[in-house]
Design a protein around this ligand. Structure first.
Ligand code: GLC
Length: 432
């Protein structure tokens, strides 16, 4: 993966002073209070909307609706590959060449600082969006130095998908709350003739952003941290090792199948739907797709398990940001309002099980009845741990991926991997 520390900012960063904190460089020009800074939202006409692959098939129909109502301001959907790292690289390439090919970006929540600090995205007029109705931690992901640089579209929280039919058959009445309970549930389920060839558990372990997510979740779910409260790397600890060891040992003892080292979200979803897995860690979008698959009616979700009790998810999701180099920004702003509205959010919840940013959806009785996973999802998002909010995110995630992968594939012991990761993160801090 391409790393970059390059010209993020020509100023001293908190990354150096306090660890992997949000870099305090540049002036934001946005305060989230309705001041738009230097951005002028002018120009109307065609624009593009750039996102990863739409695995849910729900984006184009919504855009078609917009296009019908705005024939002179049509939106073209540009779909990038489904893995987050490639999306990031392509969006950065577009920004570095100051191309106007991309207008509105479907930005992963972990890229806000990097894109804002480089001024690849514009500060936004917060007062024009109903931000006060959104979940607080979700809204935080759209800010850089208190300025608003993006608007939450969908949040994401990891959940444990499990086969209700098999657990029931094996006489297990509750989903597991800990890793040990999950392993013993698997041992029971695998005694059933129709489950004997199944694997117990998988997440996403290919060397990409999903591994950063799964590694961080394991560490956090064992009581460890990647960075401490002030942003300093603090990953070479006994607790973090317990988390990483859960993954390493699970690969060794077959709890996690070997092929899961190649899994991204989609491969792991397909394995679960094909009846190869009893438990799966994945995002809410799987709820909708699995609900239309062979295992429809045979699965449910629970909070992620941890070492001694419930685990914690990494906070995921996507926000809409406006490329600084785009044309027709007046159209773009209107499209962003449309795409992040409550009505659109309801559409994505219903059609694709995407996690709304709006708080009220999670407590709406009728919706909860229809979508029983909403309370688990809300809990997952509110308890979620953000990944480091740093300008040099590409470098940080590359280190996490490298060391976690080395441990999972056995080329390093987990102790060595955590030691090297700590050193690497510290060096990256000092180099700023
Ligand atoms: C999901 C999450 C995103 C995360 C990615 C990792 O798309 O919403 O935040 O970075 O998965 O694969």
């Amino acid at each position: 993966m391409k790393t970059r520390i390059t010209r993020a900012c020509q100023c001293s960063a908190a990354f150096a002073a306090a660890g992997l904190l949000l870099s305090a460089c540049g002036s934001s020009g946005a305060d989230g209070s309705g001041q738009t800074g230097a951005t002028s939202f002018e120009g109307r006409g065609p624009i593009t909307f750039v996102s990863g692959k739409d695995t849910t098939g729900t984006r184009q129909p919504l855009i078609d609706r917009w296009n019908k109502e705005h024939p002179k301001e049509k939106v073209t959907l540009i779909q990038l590959p489904s893995d987050a790292d490639t999306q990031r690289q392509q969006m950065i390439q577009n920004a570095e060449t100051k191309s106007d090919a991309y207008t509105v970006l479907y930005l992963d929540v972990v890229w806000t600082s990097e894109f804002a600090a480089h001024r690849w995205i514009d500060p936004l007029p917060g007062k024009q969006f109903p931000l006060d109705r959104m979940l607080k931690p979700v809204l935080e992901t759209a800010k850089y130095r208190d300025g608003l640089y993006a608007v939450p579209s969908s949040s994401d929280g990891g959940m444990l998908y499990y086969r209700t039919d098999l657990l029931k058959k094996a006489g297990i009445t509750q989903p597991p709350g800990t890793w040990a309970e999950m392993k013993s549930a698997c041992a029971e389920v695998k005694k059933l003739p129709d489950a004997k060839d199944m694997s117990c558990y998988a997440g996403q372990f290919q060397k990409y952003e999903g591994l950063t997510v799964n590694f961080s979740e394991a560490v956090n779910s064992a009581g460890g941290t990647v960075t401490d409260g002030s942003g300093k790397p603090d990953v070479d600890t006994a607790d973090a090792k317990k988390g990483l060891d859960f993954l390493v040992d699970s690969f060794k003892d077959g709890t996690i199948p070997k092929e899961a080292i190649t899994y991204q979200e989609e491969e792991s979803r397909q394995a679960f739907q094909a009846g190869k897995l009893i438990f799966l860690r994945n995002w809410p979008y799987v709820y909708s797709l699995a609900g239309k698959s062979e295992i429809a009616g045979k699965f449910a979700v629970a909070p992620l398990p941890g070492l001694d009790g419930p685990g914690s998810s990494s906070l995921g999701g996507h926000n809409l940001a406006l490329s600084s180099f785009a044309k027709n920004k007046a159209t773009a702003l209107d499209f962003m309002k449309f795409y992040t509205s409550e009505e659109t959010s309801r559409y994505f919840l219903k059609e694709a099980a995407l996690a709304p940013a709006y708080a009220a959806f999670y407590d709406d009785k009728a919706l909860v009845e229809q979508y029983p996973y909403l309370p688990v999802l809300k809990e997952s998002i509110l308890r979620a741990v953000p990944r480091p909010r740093v300008v040099q995110y590409g470098d940080v995630t590359a280190s996490l991926q490298q060391e976690a992968y080395a441990a999972l594939t056995g080329s390093k012991s987990s102790a060595q991997a955590l030691k090297d990761l700590q050193k690497d993160l510290q060096q990256k801090s000092a180099a700023q």
